[in-house]
Design a protein around this ligand. Sequence first.
Ligand code: GLV
Ligand code: GLV
Length: 322
Amino acid sequence: MPTIYVTRRIPELGLSMLRDKGFTLDVSEKDGVLTRDELLGALRAKPYDGVLSLLTDTIDAEVYDAVPTAKIFANYAVGFNNIDIPEAKKRGIVITNTPGALTNTVAEHAMALILACTTRTVEGDRLTRAGKYEGWGPMMLLGMDLAGKTLGVLGAGRIGSRLAHHAKDGFDMNVIYYDVKQNPDFEKATGARFCATVEEVLRDADVVSIHVPLLDSTKHLMNAERLAIMKNTAYLVNTSRGPVIDEVALVAALRAGVIAGAGIDVYEHEPALAPGLAQCANAVLTPHIASASVPTRDGMARLAAENLIAFFEGKTPPNAVQ
Ligand code: GLV
Ligand code: GLV
């Protein structure tokens, strides 16, 4: 039966599915991300048949060399920018991800960040705890209503579509979007207007939410020039991958009032923040928890296990990306 290395403890549901099928699991005992040397050392220890990896593990040629017996890497994430896919392809290694399971949870977190920014919830919480609340004030912490405003979605995949639904059906927002391909189903479901360029979205949106994968073509999709196109009353939300935003440029834009604020869950060099970001009162910052609900993390564990089980039963894993 297959022996799998698991680079960090994930919800028990997925691990017991694998054990029930007779898999042997070696689960990293470190409560944290393995360093490069720890990861390579762990993988060299045994001729593992497969690896269950996390988005915090960089999987590349050196890793494949460390465990040449492993023919599948099941990534516990929808994003797989941490994995060298062309190199896997060259070696005939299968890569899987966990799409679908986290769609609604991430969309809800994006909505939470939007609301936290526009209702100034976090600023209000800080003020209240600091003992600075001196009674109701007509001009205190004024925010922005969402009804009638325009949500600009960059990337109309599953998560972007779900957020558009929440925004339109829950908050009476208009939706516009940019994607590399026009998406008629998305338009039908949300009444969204397709914009031929990112710039058109940025010009017209009151809230911009990013839902693209991290690719060479999306790195620094939001840079100083594009931030400057946004309305100075608009908010930027990112629950995708940090490097999609030039974070130094974002800090400058937040400080200078180029945009009104930002809700950010992912960082360019996480867990580090760009200098000054933590001091921006108009930013709401969460620690890459957009998919962190109990049922969703169970669902991701289930999908990762299903992918491994299918592979070792000789089937095509349901979520093979390569
Ligand atoms: C989380 O960031 C994921 O890609 O699943
Ligand atoms: C998000 O859930 C995705 O499946 O892309």
